[in-house]
Design a protein around this ligand. Structure first.
Ligand SMILES: Cc1ncc(C[n+]2csc(CCOP(=O)(O)OP(=O)(O)O)c2C)c(N)n1
Ligand SMILES: [Mg+2]
Length: 546
């Protein structure tokens, strides 16, 4: 049997459903094998940003192994930004790249480079397969490593002559899966419970590990027992805590002064799988005030105590570990829970009243649009959010992020990921509405993903909040208080002259385009897109002012 068929057999036995790819000469034997392959589907992206973003979306939303196949050094190079995002999100992806044949490697042929070294900083394991005989062990190991907590991308470089070589009786081996429900150390859990009981005003930060562990019931029971507000981690990605729960407080700001304001008055920080604390810029102020006690539970030991000492440091799976901790602190929040709920409700009511007060404005403000979309969103929808200035810390108050697999957004901060991710997610969940909320600037990094939506008839609704520029960068430039702030001039942050013609862009890629510049038009366009079950791009002109 030839290497190309052996590779597909191995991937099939690892449970792989899709290979997201963009082919070149080094992948041609594999593409040839797909002519007779009917178990795994090859999904074409028109560039590697799209390919890697799709694999990321699929892997995050399912927790299953995604495979992407890139073309030699330039293909891997193009994918690196999205591989960075996938690594930050811990997405279990087997990244493969076709390599030039081993017999000419030494001559440094076109498109060749040291692929394993290129990928290594962003992957848990990175290796170039050197013979067909090595391939089964390499695929088995790579798949296991990607899916083992903390999950994440791995990389294999596969020279073309491995795919064309033949082997008669190669032992393909079997998959290995390490059980994921690791319980934390009981002594440390008991120590954490003591800290929580002694705390006067604890606060909980929730992160991706909660959603990955499907631990909503467990974190809700814990938060209610402790009687503490729950915020999502700074680069909030998943719905780590349901945004419609009365103890939901919002997302943690990504700038330390604002974060310190959230932390004011709290004597204990309990991180349930949240990273402490990804900031988007240096401010010269530490995220936590000195002496703040920290309880940290995560399956990722690297994150525990990484920047701030954890007084009680528990390595374990959230779903498996939290019930024990909850049992030990039962009732300790009874005296304060109602007061906290009332305070959070008042903050939310004020926010919503402010949003309603903006509802009549034209050009539309983003927040009333988001609130409307939140009202129209079907309960089983999956949102992929890349809104920047149009979303910031309030988006989940307006568009509910409820189920652990219902929301994905910007874990790594490399923009252009949302439309590709949505394609991968829609392939995994064909029956569920998938909605992208994107800035105009972000969408342009991977607009070619629209073609994939059209080609495979993936009914993703892509909503573009078009303020014709990089508004968040203007806001941040103004904040540094230099020439831009003095003159209200921002260099290279407008997308005008020409403005992007999103209707033509949609049409060029085979996607229906609709413009909606009033709330009524947004409602009509969104409902029509949901009903049509066809990929649709809705462009909404929103406020440009800072
Ligand atoms: C790959 C990548 N390139 C550049 C940036 C820097 N960047 C951050 S936000 C932003 C602009 C986003 O514009 P848009 O999506 O229109 O959102 P807006 O700020 O207008 O709300 C840019 C260029 C980035 N984060 N990632
Ligand atoms: Mg913009």
């Amino acid at each position: 049997m030839q290497g190309k068929h052996i590779l597909l057999n191995l991937l099939h036995s690892e449970g792989v459903e899709f290979i997201f790819g963009n082919p070149g000469t080094t992948e041609l034997p594999l593409m040839d094998a797909f002519v007779v392959e009917n178990r795994i589907r090859y999904i074409l992206g028109l560039n590697e940003v799209v390919v890697m973003g799709m694999a990321d979306g699929y892997a995050q939303a399912t927790g299953r192994l995604a495979v992407c196949n890139l073309h030699a050094a330039p293909g891997l190079g193009n994918a690196m930004g999205m591989l960075y995002n996938a690594a930050k999100a811990g997405a279990p992806i087997l990244v493969t790249a076709g390599q030039q044949d081993m017999c000419i490697r030494l001559t440094e042929p076109l498109l060749w480079d040291d692929l394993a070294t290129m990928a290594r900083p962003l992957c848990k394991w990175s290796f170039e397969v050197n013979s067909l005989a090595e391939l089964p062990r390499a695929i088995r190991r790579a798949s296991k490593v990607a899916l083992t907590a903390p999950t994440g991308p791995v990389f294999l470089s596969i020279p073309g002559d491995i795919l064309t070589a033949s082997a008669a009786d190669l032992d393909l081996g079997q998959p290995t899966r390490i059980g994921t429900r690791m319980r934390g150390d009981a002594d440390v859990v008991a120590a954490a419970a003591k800290l929580i009981q002694a705390s006067v005003n604890p606060v909980i930060f929730a992160g991706d590990s909660v959603a990955k562990s499907s631990a909503h019931a467990e974190i809700i029971a814990f938060a209610e027992a402790v009687g503490a507000p729950v915020y999502l981690e700074a680069m909030a990605n998943t719905a780590a805590f349901p945004s419609n729960h009365p103890l939901y407080g919002g997302t943690v700001p990504r700038m330390t002064p604002a974060l310190r304001a959230v932390m004011a008055g709290h004597d204990l920080l309990i991180s349930i799988g949240a990273d402490l604390m990804t900031q988007s810029q240096a401010t010269g102020i530490e995220a936590l005030s000195p002496g703040t006690l920290v309880v940290h539970l995560d399956d990722e030991p690297w994150q525990i105590g990484k920047n701030f000492a954890a007084t009680a440091a528990i390595q374990g799976d959230v779903k498996a570990t939290l019930p024990e901790l909850t049992a030990l602190v039962a009732g300790c929040g009874d005296g304060r829970r109602e007061g906290i709920v009332a305070k959070l409700a008042a903050v939310r009511a004020e926010l919503l009243a402010g949003v309603d007060a903006m509802a009549g404005q034209i050009p539309l403000q983003s927040q009333p649009v988001l609130k409307l979309i939140g009202e129209l969103l079907p309960a089983d929808a999956i949102v992929v959010e890349e809104l920047l200035s149009s979303g910031m810390n309030t988006v989940r108050h307006l568009v509910p992020a409820v189920a652990p697999d219902s929301w994905f957004g910007m874990r790594g901060g490399g923009i252009g990921v949302a439309i590709p991710q949505a394609a991968g997610i829609q392939l995994a969940f064909p029956g569920r509405p998938v909605v992208v909320l994107s800035g105009d600037g972000s969408a342009m990094y991977s607009a070619a993903a629209l073609w994939t939506l059209a080609h495979y008839q993936l009914p993703v609704i892509t909503v573009i909040f078009n303020n014709r520029g990089y508004r968040i960068l203007k806001q941040r430039t103004r904040a540094i208080g230099g020439h831009s702030a003095e003159t209200d001039t921002y260099v290279a942050m407008d997308i005008e002259e020409p403005a992007i013609d999103f209707m033509a862009l949609a049409k060029a890629h085979g996607v229906l385009g609709v413009k909606a510049d009033t709330l009524d038009a947004v409602r009509a366009a969104f409902l029509a897109a949901l009903a049509s079950k066809a990929p649709t791009l809705i462009e909404i002109a929103v406020e440009r002012g800072l």
